[in-house]
Design a binder for this molecule. Sequence first.
Ligand SMILES: Nc1ncnc2c1ncn2[C@@H]1O[C@H](COP(=O)(O)OP(=O)(O)OP(=O)(O)O)[C@@H](O)[C@H]1O
Ligand SMILES: [Zn+2]
Length: 677
Amino acid sequence: MANNKPKRPNPMGGNKGGKKPSFNFYWIYAVIAVILIAFTLIDWEGSSKKISQPEFEANILDSNYVDHILIKDKSVVEVYLNEEGLKSHYYKENKSKNDGSLLGGAQTGPQFFFKIISPETFGETIKEWETAHPGFDYDVDETNTLGRDILGWIIPIGLMIVIWIIIMRRITGGAGGAGSQIFSIGKSRAQVFGNGKSTNVSFKDVAGLEGAKEEIQEIVDFLKHPKKYTELGAKIPKGALLVGPPGTGKTLLAKAVAGEAKVPFFSLSGSDFVEMFVGVGASRVRDLFKQAKEKSPSIIFIDEIDAIGKARGRNAQMSSNDEHENTLNQLLTEMDGFGTNSGVIILAATNRADVLDKALLRAGRFDRQIMVDMPDLNERKAIFNVHLKPIKVTADLDREFLAKQTPGFSGADIANICNEAALIAARKKKKMVEMQDFLDAVDRIVGGLEKKNKIITPEEKRTIAFHEAGHATVSWMCEYANPLVKVTIVPRGRSLGAAWYLPEERQITTTQQILDEMCAAMGGRAAEKLIFGRISTGALSDLDKVTKQATAMVTIYGLNEKIGNVSYYDPQNQYGFTKPYSEETARLIDEEVKNMIEEQYKRAIKILSENKDKLVELAEMLLKKEVIFKDDLEKVFGKRPFDHVIPDPEEVKKEDANSNDDPIIPTDTDNSEEDID
Ligand SMILES: Nc1ncnc2c1ncn2[C@@H]1O[C@H](COP(=O)(O)OP(=O)(O)OP(=O)(O)O)[C@@H](O)[C@H]1O
Ligand SMILES: [Zn+2]
């Protein structure tokens, strides 16, 4: 069974929602829009009305309504009416809407204005008017007349500026006033649960993890009764690091600590500190600690601390490095800065403690490491029990069996299975969730969605069937290969077929186990070669897996005779681009990796040619049934001679004292598109 980890949504639910209701910038735009609309609706023609020059001549000048005119800027003429004009019908019908009844401007004028049609010849026009209308009087005003036109837009802009200034004052000024997003970019985005109260998670919600719970219980105690410790002169630890693979409940455990101690919980992910602006990360750290101290005793939880806590000083050529270093330094400063008795305890989670900067792990910082391991059989059962509680299941549901079927699954995967099973049952309109729904959910989570209508030619199907039968046959014949659970040629997710194994729960792996696994992995390609005389691209993930295994054997675990008992394990990438071994060794490593894989390929070919009849029988059966189980395999091969009892993992556990234990060789199948797997 492959254990690819489906990505889970972050249970913390993103980083939205700061401590204060954040100020919404958009309403400023709304205000501006309203003002602009208002201004376009207001008629800004002033107390005089615009008319045309011919209109003036025909209706006002010729009727002798003119008292005098004022020529402005050699382009505009303001018209002042005489008393007769003010009483005239023409004026009453055509006067400006803002004729000044309110402002008192109508009587003083000007009542009308017009644009001069041809300014060049206007001098002559005036003369004509003077001769035609005795008593016609005109003035020339040299001062700027633009004012009146400009007024129409200066006022709105001025108003906008005033409003803007007022708003900016409110944002930046008032302490405790609304803060805009722009101004709070350096604030931490930590979530405070229950209004800074606490979480409602307790240790009961965390299944298994007894050891971790016991260790962390101490921290709960510190938070609850700090006096008990400080009176004796003991220093309360500042932080603890929760180390373990993804989805094993680190976040859950941290929340449970806060819930048990009933203290505020500030949670943030390491990647939240990483921003494109220099200095932002550091200021977020500062702000986070400030918030936590205000509410002390409290807990700060930093998820994925490796995002900021990676060892400094490498990849110096990368520009983001400075920012990264600033943030980390700030974190270290803050951790040193507060007294041991301030009541703030920092919990951090990572799945790569080995890449963290040593400074973070020094005494007085995260000097405690708490292991949060993958759940074993019993723990998985307990986790199932937690997550099955809210689900309506049939009474005969075998939890033990479910736990057995899910080796290598994390708590998060199990939570996911329970939910998925309920969804599947609901889709089938069942009243209760049954065993089969859970098994389907496991399949789906491991392999992805079934793709029944993927178009596969009969010839391709044959290739897939023989490829999978090859895996099955070889693994059946290799003593230390993982026992098969089922073989299928139904396309699912990104793979076209799959052989599912039940991996043993083991803490250490022997050379022979790895070699047998490699042999089984090569079985697919070997069968293609043996039966069709050609090989295909379908073995990509097999080859990838085998290459990784062989490389790890040679360079990490010291399992190769020629290279010897050395390990070039370098998780911190200390050597950078230079390798810790000579050119000669590099060549030898390449050679040995290739040899080991080639050897297992040949071994697989040999096993298959010795059992060709069974291989064919199995492939034909697969083509007919599409999915076959262990029982079907037994019908073909007979009982597997070395189906040894799976040892109790507890017994094997930590046999090796040096249990800083390196990850067991990856067994995931990272399927590519054309992959048969
Ligand atoms: N021991 C457990 N008991 C009960 N539920 C668990 C356990 N472990 C994990 N879960 C479930 O998985 C979910 C995710 O776990 P959590 O987020 O705590 O994992 P994590 O170790 O923090 O993962 P990551 O490293 O990816 O952040 C939890 O919300 C819970 O539902
Ligand atoms: Zn394969």
